[in-house]
Design a binder for this molecule. Sequence first.
Ligand code: MLT
Length: 410
Amino acid sequence: MAKINDNYLKLKAGYLFPEIGRRVRAFAEANPTARVIRLGIGDVTRPLPPAILKAFHDAVDDLANAETFAGYGPEQGYDWLINTIIDKSYKPLGVSLKTDEMFISDGSKCDCANILDIFALDNVVAIGDPVYPVYNDTNVMIGRTGEADDKGYYKNIVYMPCNEANGFIPALPAQKVDIIYLCFPNNPTGTVAGKAELKKWVDYANANDAVIFFDAAYEAFITDPAIPHSIYEIEGAKKCAIEFRSFSKTAGFTGVRCGLVVVPEEVMGTTSTGEKYSFNKLWLRRTTTKFNGASYPVQRAAAAVYSDEGWQQTREIIDYYMENARIIREGLAEAGLTVYGGVNAPYIWLKTPGGMTSWEFFDKLLNEANVVGTPGSGFGPSGEGFFRLSAFGNRENVIEAVERIKKNLK
Ligand code: MLT
């Protein structure tokens, strides 16, 4: 009989968001008249902006004519999209990148998971706690970890607690690590890191020959001009950092699927015999073997995000979500809750009232206010006692959810 990958059996529970979905469905079946408002998973609700939709439609029409038909594209993405992103999104930050340092994909979740293919299993990995669960679980799946302890910490992963005391920004690891996951603006806490903070990590990585996986999926939601949008704004980062970006939240592509990875040529690792080798070459090899590229219409739609019209319409939607974030943040603070995030990020991270556990608060809000959020403990043990609300709902629902929560807590 074929053997399974036993590493999957080490995983403690189902993936967080399907588990929440299961509980919400059970509640809705038992309470068919309840109007449940979902501010749990960070899924967008605004339709695609017209300029992007037009480019998407036009690209589908291209497929109807022999002259404009597109079959397999370059596995790593079309140059016209890559160069547009470099010009419109990186150059204004003072960051220059080569075309072959960027890889277009079908989304950041897969990229964050797939990148592990090109790193040896005996690398020591450091991740935040709480954290986007994909970083932790994919390391378990690939076999880098031992079993989890009673708290949920896996053997062989270095966890970096993020809590109120450190402002949800982890301290540098006390031991030498080889791979560090950083996510700013942070999912789930909504925290951002300034240049001095990021410099500390880049310096650590360069001094320890470590690689930083920098997840910048939420960079478009930064409102403070002093906060960096890319790790490459930090001197020395091109030697040690791989950056992930996503069109999901920025441009409403959660269902369309498009993301990108930047692997600068200078980021090097060593072979088992000690020679230096470029991760860029390995990632290209992996991509061309295991992927056939994001679809042509999707890449056309992604390029339209950067047209003048497309970007203006995209910005309006980002502003809409950030106004939601303000409404949630201020409303919950008025209700007496301690709230974090929601200023440079579309997530609000709140402390559960009365010492409730995260799941107790989840059940209370679901049953009594019919509002769905995400229990902080689902992001890691240090998330216990916290709760995340997403600002990606529609305005009416966001206002009503805040009113319901306020009433519920009175
Ligand atoms: C979240 O809610 O944390 C995100 O939507 C999950 C994701 O981007 O995969």
